[in-house]
Design a protein. Sequence first.
Length: 289
Amino acid sequence: MSSRRNALKNIAAGTAGMLSISEAFAASEKALGAKLSGKINHSVCKWCYSKIPLDSFAQDCKKIGITSIELLGPEDWPTLKKYGLTCALPNGAGMGIEKGFNDLSLHDELVKSYEDIFPKIKEAGYSSVICFSGNRRGMSDLDGMRNCAIGLRRLMPSAEKYGVTMIMELLNSKVNHRDYMCDHTSWGAGLCEMVGSERFKLLYDIYHMQIMEGDVIANIKQYHKYIGHYHTGGVPGRNEIDETQELYYPAIMKAIADTGFKGFVAQEFIPKREPIASLKQCVEICDIA
């Protein structure tokens, strides 16, 4: 039997005119069904689908082949388990994006928050949690890095004890998160070195880092040992990752796979079309052969 990609090529070649990505994937889906290759572990961020009840969304994800729904707290984890899904990147700790580890005055509160969530994460069978640097507020990048390292080092013994990896998100400070400190991969990698533990990694958000620095594939190759998680999103606009935006996601996914990455890639785009159909399409775009 021809592979999904060969079938897609044959369908497109035999169709008058050029098919859009969405049309081509719809055609291949009709021909071959919904089996994914397994080279990418697929997750999705629930906040992008806030109007869909989690119970219904979990069932749709299961049909698509997604195995994780993330950025959810303990109150939602039982629903995921009900459908045999995991939470690749839980939340439920910290003080939000703007107030993070670069502020020494927040460390006691942050440490308590994360130490409270670690045992819950372990009990649920998960192994990571999201965290943030916080905004600069006039602070130098070096001072902020040092401050983050001080707070994060306090948590590494507990993270080791419970087998939880803290994942700090790289966000753009140009469009969406003005003044956010952890806005370049090199800064995040420097922080990883300063913390000095395998229980601290980066969330490389492809959308955010394309806006801030570009060179997505080169940076993934250079900094992959510091990256514990990936997010997608179309640039510009953070919508579907199809032909309407500037990045070519199959090549990015191949670069990720070539580094030996075994974690999750989560769809984090805001759908402009029918949400579940868009999610299905974008998972397939990322599902390299």
